[in-house]
Design a protein around this ligand. Structure first.
Ligand code: AMP
Length: 360
């Protein structure tokens, strides 16, 4: 079976690393000459709107999936005429736009921060009057890793904020005084069977994921599964989806969904019986799903900008290096370490060892 992937970054690369043993081949459509997934499959170097190359991809593969959600809607619609596409155009349409996404959560009875659609500075002024400060303003589309957003703390921050974010459609959200951030990675098969990985505690530094720790028997696991299940059913979703929540007042408030494999699920490569990457491929290919159970205690630390010396990471017990083969650049996600230990005390000690390497 040959899988077409829109995007050829590290998520596509890790998909291919998981799918190759299943006998799958891969073709990645990505305009970047140095797309790092090309080491693992065919690279169709073209823009996402290039219909000739999209047609070539559709002709070559059995199905198409995505490694990022900001794919133009026309690209998905075009491909869908010729080849099965998972997740669906509708799932991407909702997930790529923070207004559609939060409106869907509200319709499904999933708690969210207060939010408002912003099309002008006047809309922003009215929304701030209704929601209050502090608040977070985010572009509706194309934002990621804290980009395309601004925290509004005092009245002066509101002045000119619409222009500062590019005068594009935005959303204003009440600032959530959260006690923690968690995410739930789920997988849904073509026949509707759904499985959930354990909730993961996430620490972000400057809006970028730094550390994920998989939990054991988290008291909010069942609630998170209920919320995520509602979204999966509503979208008749196929594949892996990640749902990020704020932990607040002993409950959960929805932040956002990613209709794809997710950075907070990278620990599953060594830490779960079947990784998010393999389970995504099983789901889209119509294969039985694999177990989402955790093996031991697991964590993931991102390497931003550069990867420490391989020999030093390899010298840390329980630790596995994932080097994406990308050029080093300040702030860029260029690799991660997965740690799988027998107990939480050992895991914490290993995390400290990797953190010391990152700081060195
Ligand atoms: P996002 O791109 O929406 O995931 O936001 C990046 C990070 O900004 C989140 O992981 C939070 O740490 C923080 N953040 C986003 N939205 C809010 C909010 N409404 N209240 C408080 N913090 C937020």
């Amino acid at each position: 079976m040959k899988i077409g992937v829109i995007g050829g970054g590290q998520l596509g690369r890790m998909m291919a690393l998981a799918g190759t043993p299943l006998g799958m081949d891969f073709a990645f459509l990505d305009p970047a000459p140095d797309a790092c997934a090309q080491a693992l499959g065919e690279h169709i170097r073209a823009d996402y709107g290039d219909q000739d190359h999209l047609r070539q991809l559709a002709d070559e593969v059995d199905l198409v999936t995505f490694e990022f959600e900001s794919v133009p809607a026309e690209t998905v619609a075009f491909l869908s005429q010729f080849v099965p596409v998972y997740p669906s155009a509708e799932a991407l349409r909702i997930a790529r736009d923070r207004w559609f996404e939060k409106s869907m959560f509200k319709d499904l009875g999933i708690p969210t921060p207060d939010f408002a659609d912003i099309q002008s500075q006047a809309d922003l002024d009215a929304a701030v009057a209704a929601i209050g400060l502090p608040a977070v303003m985010k572009t509706r589309t194309l934002g990621y890793d804290g980009k395309g957003q601004k925290v509004l703390r005092k009245a002066e921050d509101v002045v000119g904020a619409f222009a500062e974010l590019g005068s594009v459609p935005c959303i204003l959200e009440g600032f959530v005084p959260f006690t923690g951030e968690v995410s739930l990675v789920a997988v849904r098969a073509r026949d509707g069977e759904t499985r959930f990985y354990p909730l993961v505690h996430n620490r972000h530094d400057s809006g970028v994921l730094a550390l994920s720790i998989a939990s054991t028997d988290h008291p909010l696991q069942a609630l998170a599964e209920d919320y995520v299940g509602r979204v999966l059913t509503k979208l008749d979703y196929v594949g892996v989806l990640a749902f990020e929540f704020f932990e607040v007042d002993g409950g959960l408030k929805a932040n956002e969904i990613a209709p794809r494999v997710h950075n907070s699920g990278h620990w599953t490569i060594e830490g779960a019986e079947c990784s998010q990457f393999e389970n995504h491929l099983r789901a889209v290919a119509g294969l039985p799903l694999g177990s989402t159970a955790k093996v031991g205690e697991s964590a993931m630390l991102n390497f931003l900008g550069s990867v420490p010396e391989v020999s030093k990471v390899a010298a840390i017990a329980d630790c596995h290096l994932h080097h994406y083969g990308k050029a080093f650049k300040a702030g860029r996600k260029v690799g991660h370490a997965t740690i799988r230990s027998k107990d939480m005390a050992t895991l914490k000690a290993r995390i400290a060892e990797v953190e010391a390497l990152i700081k060195a």
